[in-house]
Design a protein around this ligand. Structure first.
Ligand code: ADP
Ligand code: MG
Length: 238
């Protein structure tokens, strides 16, 4: 069974068609990376999967269930944003446990789940700090930790590393790859960094103007790009 299915998905803002019929099956545990130029609809697509934007047309299924009208909190997804989106007045521990607290999960269970996620991301020493007391990389690690605590079926990442400097990006990229190996969740990841896409993806989806240009493994796209646009994005010589 597919973990995530998009079937002829469309999205319009007023008269502007932003997503123009996207169909894709993502397998359980697969790491799928969306790439494409700025404005091609990557964030909109992720936000639709997350339930932060309505679907204009088509079907969206997660774990075999139609999700078009299911509210965000009940979809079994967690999203990591470029801008971290941490609560400034809450500690790392409180930020990571916030979603569970809202769902009235008992405090002891929250503490255990936050502790486990902190172990995975080596955040143990930072749990009582506030976001302003953290570096950019540490903040993004907290944002990822918060997503882990939600134990989602599907992780969504929207350019999570683009605010970090080059060295840290390489480091965090390796952490995300290790996280995927360890947790085995389905991951849908947006980036405009082709090296990030090539190193992380099981399959890459090249998006252009709200449509899929090509889907394939990094090697397939590199060796057999469907057209010059894909070749340019993947960095192959065609
Ligand atoms: P990407 O993440 O690939 O850069 P986005 O999904 O953010 O692209 O945006 C795709 C297109 O949709 C852009 O042209 C953008 O201006 C438009 N768009 C995104 N959100 C809205 C909105 N809330 N209202 C109107 N237009 C929007
Ligand atoms: Mg975007």
């Amino acid at each position: 069974m597919s973990s995530l299915t998009l079937r002829n998905l469309t999205k319009s803002f007023g008269k502007t068609d932003v997503i123009r019929g996207v169909s894709l099956d993502v397998e359980e545990g697969e790491f799928v990376v969306f790439v494409g130029p700025s404005g091609c609809g990557k964030s909109t697509l992720l936000r639709m999967i997350a339930g932060l934007e309505d679907v204009s047309g088509g079907d969206l299924m997660i774990g075999g269930q139609r999700m078009n009208d299911v509210q965000a909190a009940r979809r079994g997804v967690a999203m990591v944003f470029q801008s971290y989106a941490l609560y400034p007045h809450l500690t790392v521990r409180q930020n990571m446990g916030f979603g569970l607290k809202v769902r009235k999960v008992p405090a002891a269970d929250i503490a255990r789940q936050v502790g486990e996620a902190a172990d995975v991301l080596k955040l143990g020493a930072l749990l009582d700090r506030y976001p302003r007391e953290l570096s950019g990389g540490q903040r993004q690690r907290v944002a990822i930790g918060r997503a882990i605590v939600a134990s989602p079926q599907v992780f969504l990442f929207d350019e999570p590393l683009s605010n970090l400097d080059a060295e840290l990006r390489v480091h965090m990229r390796a952490e995300i790859a290790a996280l995927h190996r360890r947790l085995g969740n389905t991951m849908v990841y947006v980036t405009h960094d082709q090296i990030e896409a090539m190193t992380l993806a099981d399959r890459i989806v090249v998006l252009r103007d709200g449509r899929i240009e090509q889907v394939g493994t990094p090697r397939e796209l590199y060796e057999r790009p469907a057209n010059a646009f894909v070749a340019q994005f993947i960095g192959s010589p065609k």
